[in-house]
Write a protein that binds this ligand. Structure first.
Ligand code: IPD
Ligand code: CA
Ligand code: CA
Length: 279
């Protein structure tokens, strides 16, 4: 695989493997998408949490090769059965199908997300836009790219009022009052517009690509951001929690922006949370 990275880049095999697996899993998912209605299984009795045969098939495809090529790497993957504690500080965060609700409804917005972190730092990221067949990838110190053709660059928007932001809501939203609705209601009149795409991985890829100016969401899992963090950072953006502290996998507050609107967005999120009594 011919990639625009330095010859001594240390995670080349991990990067080429992740790109190839994301594309293979993407092809598998696209095939099921094109064939029509999907069989949906509700997880744990929560109708807001669903899984399909494509999620499990894509994960099995990905894990088989990761197990074989990187036997000492840890794995945290969304669909059960794949998790393995790491031994050398290297951990893969894998979402085999991000945007399952869209996929299950035939809405063409879903992705495959693979991120390798080593000793708490993101090193390799791949987000495959399944329907548009685009591969967004990043390698630490080597930039963020789309299909190795175009280097990604975050937007130059400086005002929150001119920003297009994305967000999402936790699956516990019916049971928990602190469910992002207060932040959503507060921010929506303050910005150009807001999107709820249904794929956190694509939201982050689109921030990296300058299509959106920022993204915030509470309660994401490590596999939702495992790849997106490095895409945004390598494209010149900023990632943090709501206090502006560095994000670590498993963190429950997530904000990724072009950097220029970051502080203003954090301030409005905190204001909304304070008004709602959550701060
Ligand atoms: C979901 C999507 C969605 C986000 C949810 C995630 P899944 O992932 O990324 O955009 O709002 O929080 O759980 O379940 O489709 O892999
Ligand atoms: Ca996900
Ligand atoms: Ca998923």
């Amino acid at each position: 695989m011919d990639l625009p990275i330095a010859t001594d880049y240390p995670y080349r095999l991990a990067l080429t493997t992740a790109i190839s697996l994301a594309q293979q899993a993407g092809a598998l998912i696209l095939d099921v998408h094109r064939r029509g209605p999907r069989h949906i299984v509700v997880k744990g009795g929560n109708p807001m949490d669903v899984v399909t045969e494509a999620d499990t098939a894509a994960q099995a495809l990905i894990l088989e090769t990761i197990h074989e090529r990187f036997p000492d790497h840890g794995i945290v993957a969304e669909e059960s059965g794949g998790d393995r504690p790491g031994q050398g500080g290297a951990i893969w965060y894998i979402d085999p199908l991000d945007g399952t609700t869209n996929f299950a409804s035939g809405l063409p917005i879903f992705a495959v997300s693979l991120g390798l972190w080593v000793d708490g730092r993101p090193e390799v990221s791949v987000v495959q836009d399944v329907v548009r067949q685009r591969t967004y990838w990043a390698a630490a110190g080597q930039g963020a790219w789309m299909d190795s053709e175009r280097r990604l660059q975050v937007s130059k928007t400086t005002e929150l009022s001119h920003s297009v932001l994305a967000t999402g809501f936790p699956r516990s939203r019916a049971q928990v009052a602190d469910n992002n609705l207060a932040e959503f209601v507060h921010l929506t009149p303050l910005i150009r517009d807001v999107r709820r795409s249904g794929s956190a991985a694509l939201d982050q890829a689109w921030v990296a690509d300058g299509r959106m100016d920022g993204f915030w969401e509470p309660g994401l899992a490590a596999w939702d951001c495992g790849a997106g963090v490095l895409l945004v950072l390598e494209a010149g953006g900023v990632v943090s929690d709501y206090q502006g502290e560095a994000y670590q996998p498993g963190g429950k507050q997530y904000v990724a922006t072009n950097g220029l609107v970051h502080e203003a967005l954090l301030a409005e999120i905190r204001h909304a949370r304070q008004q709602a009594g959550f701060a």
